[in-house]
Design a protein around this ligand. Structure first.
Ligand code: CA
Ligand code: CA
Length: 153
């Protein structure tokens, strides 16, 4: 009983401390904080803006995180930039902050037929329906999702 009490206290404490480290306007999920922008920028500008906030363009590196982002985007019903790019090697998608490569076994949520832009579309966006599209990095200004890990600040 004492063990259960201690364990729940520690869990609650961890939750509060992580949630408390997310700045105002940031959403807490698992060990990260997320910021859904209210402005639109190109992918490169969005990446720079996330860095200024102490974070990076969001990376859906697990099913849980992917589903969380998908659900958030559906609430806003807008298209957002996220942190995947195949600008270095066409067709090899890499999450830019972690450098994690999207492998066939990785979580992914591409809209059917995407990526379809070849060398013209090298940046990843999550559309209003929660699925991913490759888009031209400088082609359009979109909303963007920043992620940060408060424990690594
Ligand atoms: Ca491409
Ligand atoms: Ca595309």
């Amino acid at each position: 009983m004492l063990y259960i009490l201690c364990a729940s206290f520690l869990l609650a404490y961890n939750f509060i401390s992580v949630a408390g480290q997310c700045g105002q306007g940031w959403l807490h999920h698992d060990s990260s904080c997320y910021f859904m922008s209210r402005d639109t920028l190109t992918w490169v500008e969005a990446m720079t803006m996330c860095r200024l906030h102490g974070g990076y363009l969001a990376e859906a590196t697990s099913d849980r995180e992917g589903h969380f982002l998908e659900n958030q985007v559906k609430v806003f019903a807008r298209e957002f930039w996220i942190g995947g790019s195949d600008a270095i090697v066409e067709g090899e998608w890499v999450w830019q902050n972690s450098k994690a490569e999207l492998r066939p076994s990785s979580y992914s949520n591409w809209y059917p037929g995407n990526p379809n832009g070849g060398g013209v579309e090298n940046c990843m966006a999550i559309a209003a329906d929660g699925t991913w599209r490759d888009e031209a990095c400088h082609g359009s200004s979109l909303y963007y999702i920043c992620e940060m890990n408060p424990s690594q600040k």
